[in-house]
Design a binder for this molecule. Structure first.
Ligand code: IPD
Ligand code: CA
Ligand code: CA
Length: 254
């Protein structure tokens, strides 16, 4: 299945790289912090047309869809056409195409492509995680020698205060932190050991479905901030880390 999904994700990446004059193809969804571009739409319609036929009966659950099918039953493709849209609009070159394939609510395959670096992360449940075909592992670094990634839950401003409190707690225990603006890449950075933990108070399944499988297949772990498993059909908070930093979650005020 990965052999069939990956070429389509790479095609989608070409659409992202072909973008020009992005500002005039950008629209506000709910505010200036919530943007969609015609490229997000183009990538999503390309993947919506090409992914489901790979598995007859599979449904499509995408960020830009008006009416999504229930991803908890049968096979479901869970797609963020461009994760990191604001980065994309601003030319920061830190965005990804994220595709997960779940069976009965359990993610079985995950692919995240950073088209700018030509880095393709992939995982199959039980089959390990890879970056451009080479196996990857989470780091063995303690947070006191490490850095963590965080997201600001931009579409849920009510999480501002807890986000800043948790950032402060983790910053005091670590060397530094990063806010990259593309959650799928944040998760892949933990998976390949570039960073050592990540949190965000509110993400959608298309942001984390592929990346969370890639982390667990790389030897790390991911759950909601209250310790519960990540749901596949709704917003959730997330804590993702390597093994050595996992227990820190229980010591934090979230
Ligand atoms: C967003 C990015 C961002 C995260 C937001 C996501 P989008 O996705 O992943 O890093 O902080 O919570 O919604 O809107 O750029 O696809
Ligand atoms: Ca996203
Ligand atoms: Ca998106």
């Amino acid at each position: 299945m990965l052999d069939q999904i990956i070429p389509l994700v790479r095609e989608a990446g070409k659409i992202v790289l072909s973008a020009h004059d992005i500002a005039s193809h950008t629209h506000e969804k709910t505010s200036a912090a919530d943007l969609v571009t015609e490229y997000d739409m183009a990538v999503e319609s390309f993947l919506k047309e090409r992914l489901p036929p790979l598995l007859p009966g599979a449904v499509f659950f995408g960020e830009e869809e008006k009416e999504n099918a229930d991803p908890r039953r049968g096979w479901a493709f869970i797609v963020d056409p461009i994760d990191g849209t604001t980065n994309f609009v601003r030319g920061l070159q830190q965005s990804a195409v994220s595709v997960a394939l779940a069976l009965d609510g359990v993610v079985e395959y995950g692919v995240v492509l950073d088209p700018y670096k030509d880095e393709l992360f992939s995982a199959r449940r039980g089959g390990g995680a890879f970056l451009n075909g080479r196996p990857i592992r989470v780091s063995g670094r303690r947070l006191s020698e490490g850095i963590f990634g965080m997201g600001t839950a931009i579409y849920k401003r009510e999480y501002l205060a807890p986000t800043m409190r948790l950032t402060e707690q983790l910053f005091r225990r670590s060397c530094d932190f990063r806010r990259l603006g593309a959650a799928a890449l944040d998760l892949c950075n933990v998976a390949c050991g570039r960073t050592d933990a990540f949190f965000e108070y509110s993400l959608c399944p298309w942001d984390f479905a592929a990346g969370s499988l890639i982390i667990t297949e790389a030897g790390g772990r991911a759950c909601a901030l209250d310790g519960s498993p990540l749901p596949i059909d709704r917003r959730t908070s997330i804590w993702a880390s390597n093994q050595v930093n996992w227990e820190i979650l229980g010591e934090l005020e979230v």
